[in-house]
Design a protein around this ligand. Structure first.
Ligand SMILES: Nc1nc2c(ncn2[C@@H]2O[C@H](COP(=O)(O)OP(=O)(O)OP(=O)(O)O)[C@@H](O)[C@H]2O)c(=O)[nH]1
Ligand SMILES: [Mg+2]
Length: 323
């Protein structure tokens, strides 16, 4: 029966009872979900390897923010693919890296935790980068039936993709899928295979649910995504964002940096950066929303465990929607 109850991958302390699927009426002995399959697929990989972009492309909705900066994703994020006979819960994770701060350690732990007790683990390897120590570190910790996804094949010459597949082949996994989330190439084959690998079971999420991220967290993430787009060097890592007040349609968002000297960079000349960020984030939210952005300093928060607890970073702690 262990199969029927499983801990949600990632960090939610929620137990999904596969015997009591959403909107299900059990009539007599026969389950209406006979023939249905469902399960979890966790994506792991180095920072920036394209995990979040892949999940967004697979589920067909933006469920995770994306940027060209490393360590964009900071929580285990679930995105649900719904098919007639199968439901796949994709778990996007923070990129696994050599940590330099307590936050880095928590991000790695979040990713590792999300790979436990799931049906399939996909190791994402960037076709545009050299397969290296970082990829091997992750590969060595995965079981042999994990699947390798070589990402961003649109951005690498054919010869490089072939070389990357050959290098990935040395890792000793059973299956390899070259993909481009941007052009869609290779995506169908990957998704078909993952669907096939799902075990029997009823849906784990209601049919209209693509993401389980709380709304307030999503607003904070959209603001952080815009900040990542306009900031450079160390600053992206120094920023954390949280919704502190939610009085629809007015949402107050607090942006915290680590040092006083970083504040002007986030605010911009006469508030220009903040304004740009607010406009771009609002464009992705329902019409009429009013975002009030504030910038504060929380000294060295990345290195302070009590601050990481407060912001909900780390395995076992749900992404907290507010401060
Ligand atoms: N050309 C191309 N670029 C891609 C593709 N997938 C992702 N990217 C780019 O690669 C960068 C990183 O993508 P993300 O999806 O944020 O990577 P990630 O693995 O989630 O990164 P972390 O959350 O930091 O671990 C972004 O600039 C994306 O636009 C792809 O298929 N083709
Ligand atoms: Mg990501």
């Amino acid at each position: 029966m262990a199969d029927w109850r499983r801990q949600l991958a990632g960090s939610l302390d929620v137990v999904v009872d596969k015997g009591a699927a959403p909107d299900t009426e059990i009539a007599g002995d026969k389950s209406p979900w006979e023939g249905f399959r469902s399960g979890f697929v966790t994506l792991l990989g180095r920072p920036n390897s394209g995990k979040s972009t892949l999940v967004n492309a697979i589920v067909g909705t933006k469920v995770a923010i994306v940027s060209d900066k490393a360590q964009t994703t900071r929580h285990a994020i679930r995105g649900v693919l719904h098919r007639d006979e199968v439901q796949v819960v994709f778990v996007d994770t923070p990129g696994i890296h050599k940590p330099r701060t307590a936050l880095g350690e928590r991000l790695n732990a979040t990713a590792a935790d999300a790979a436990v007790d799931v049906d399939v683990v996909c190791l994402c390897i960037d076709a545009t980068q050299t397969l290296g120590q970082g990829d091997r570190f992750i590969a060595e910790r995965l079981s042999g039936d994990s699947i390798v996804v070589v990402t961003k094949i649109d951005a690498a010459p054919r010869s490089k993709v072939v070389a990357q597949l050959a290098a990935a082949g040395e890792l000793g996994f059973a299956e390899y899928f070259p993909t481009s989330a941007r052009t869609g190439k290779g995506m169908d084959a990957l998704v078909e295979r993952l669907c096939e690998l799902m075990p029997p079971g009823p849906p784990l999420y209601p049919a209209d649910m693509v993401s389980d991220m709380p709304e307030a967290r999503w607003v904070a993430e959209l603001v952080r995504e815009q900040l990542l787009a306009v900031t450079r060097e160390e600053l992206p890592h120094s920023i954390t964002v949280a919704v502190t007040e939610w009085e629809w349609p007015r949402i107050r968002v607090e942006i915290l940096v680590e040092r006083q000297s970083q504040k002007p960079m986030v605010i911009g000349k006469k508030g220009s950066v903040l304004k740009e960020v607010g406009i771009a984030a609002r464009a992705q939210l329902p019409e009429g929303v009013f975002l009030e952005l504030r910038v504060g300093v929380e000294k060295n928060w990345q290195r302070r465990p009590e601050m990481l607890d407060r912001f909900g970073y780390g395995p076992g702690s749900m992404a907290r929607p507010d401060l």
